[in-house]
Design a protein around this ligand. Structure first.
Ligand SMILES: [Zn+2]
Length: 141
């Protein structure tokens, strides 16, 4: 049987290097919304520990959180703060919309697990707001 070569009837789209645009990709963050490395460093060193551990240590919430890394391994009691991640906290509880500004007034340190594992930061956001308000009132942001 004679084979006929497969032939494309419509030309490949050009103009995007042959790649199709996808709507699945999230919009890139505007430059002013990216976290400045100095701001990140300041917040991680200021807090010095996961916000969940801090609130538990201060007796604000029940002891219901174990700090873990992205692989699920428990963190040491005093992890290097620079290995923690940043959590953005908006001024008031709201669903959707833009995230809080990437400034020290609206960010705290949190372990990976508090952010993406047990979602501690989502459950206790009001305490995080109180902590940031307290820092602000002390001029200690
Ligand atoms: Zn934690």
């Amino acid at each position: 049987m004679k084979r006929t070569p497969l032939k494309r009837k419509t030309p490949l789209r050009s103009g995007h290097g042959g790649l199709r645009r996808t709507t699945l990709r999230a919009k890139p963050r505007p430059a002013e919304d990216k976290v400045d490395p100095r701001e990140r460093r300041h917040v991680l060193l200021r807090d010095g520990e996961c916000i969940a551990r801090k609130c538990i240590r201060l007796g604000l919430v029940p002891d219901n959180h174990v700090c873990r890394d992205a692989l699920g391994n428990p963190l040491p009691a005093m992890p290097d703060p620079m290995t923690l991640s940043l959590e953005h906290v908006k001024e008031a509880a709201q669903v959707g919309g833009n995230r809080a500004p990437s400034t020290r007034r609206w960010m705290v340190a949190a372990c990976y697990h508090a952010n993406n594992g047990d979602y501690w930061v989502s459950k206790y956001r009001s305490y995080i707001r109180l902590y940031l308000e307290w820092l602000d009132s002390k001029g200690a942001l």
